[in-house]
Design a protein around this ligand. Structure first.
Ligand code: DC
Length: 207
């Protein structure tokens, strides 16, 4: 038995995960981890080093030796990649990275180690409630209407167009390993047209 509190927040791009996860973490005084940023960090390094995105062994080796620090800033092998990981090149490459089984295995190991070191936290991603922390204290799966998700993404990263987001969602949902899906015991919240504060209250009320 462990006393560590884990809150898993999953869902597709633009569902409101980051906003809700950060607010919940702040309200509970828990640390927050953006696991998407970790996959983006690997994609950033792979592009930087011209690693073949279809070469699973090379990607696995890269993921294992890469120094990734995800907090307010995202630092990859000593380089601040906070802005670069949100750019179009990384966004286009990241689904291939996230579909590579040994890369996922390494990221999952690191995410579990992070939680042990921190003594718990609010963790957002695609497979947190299903694979990384199946014993989480609370699992939340956020959804939102397509139009609203597109509007949110356009605000955050003006360069990701509707077609790209649809392609990324399709890739994330249909990949063989750890596809994006709600855990059977997840609380599913439709964030369309709802205020962040209201969603945060709903999440906190389930703890
Ligand atoms: O949340 P995001 O858009 O920054 O995530 C980037 C990509 O990483 C996304 O297309 C899917 C992948 N991802 C994943 O497969 N598993 C996670 N736990 C988090 C992100």
């Amino acid at each position: 038995m462990s006393a560590m509190k884990i809150i898993a927040i999953d869902g597709p791009a633009g569902s409101g995960k980051s906003t809700v996860a950060k607010a919940v973490a702040s309200r509970l005084g828990l640390p927050y981890l953006d696991t998407g940023a970790m996959y983006r960090a690997v994609a950033f390094a792979a592009l930087r080093r011209s690693v073949d995105l279809t070469a699973a062994d090379a990607l696995a080796a890269l993921a294992e030796q890469l120094d990734i620090h995800v907090a307010e800033r995202v630092v990859v092998d000593g380089e601040d990649a906070t802005d670069a990981i949100r750019g179009p090149a990384v966004t286009r490459a990241v689904s291939a990275i996230a579909a590579t089984p040994p890369v996922r295995a390494e990221m999952v190991r690191r995410q579990q180690a992070w939680a042990r070191e921190q003594g718990g936290g609010v963790v957002e991603g695609r497979d947190i409630g299903t694979v990384v922390f199946p014993e989480a204290d609370l699992k939340v799966y956020l959804i939102a209407d397509e139009d609203e998700r597109l509007r949110r993404r356009a605000r955050e990263s003006g360069d990701e167009v509707a077609q790209d987001i649809a392609r990324r969602d399709q890739a994330d949902t249909s990949r063989a390993v750890s596809p994006m899906m709600a855990a059977p015991d997840a609380l599913i919240i439709d964030t369309t047209g709802r205020a962040v504060a209201d969603i945060v209250e709903e999440v906190l009320s389930r703890l």
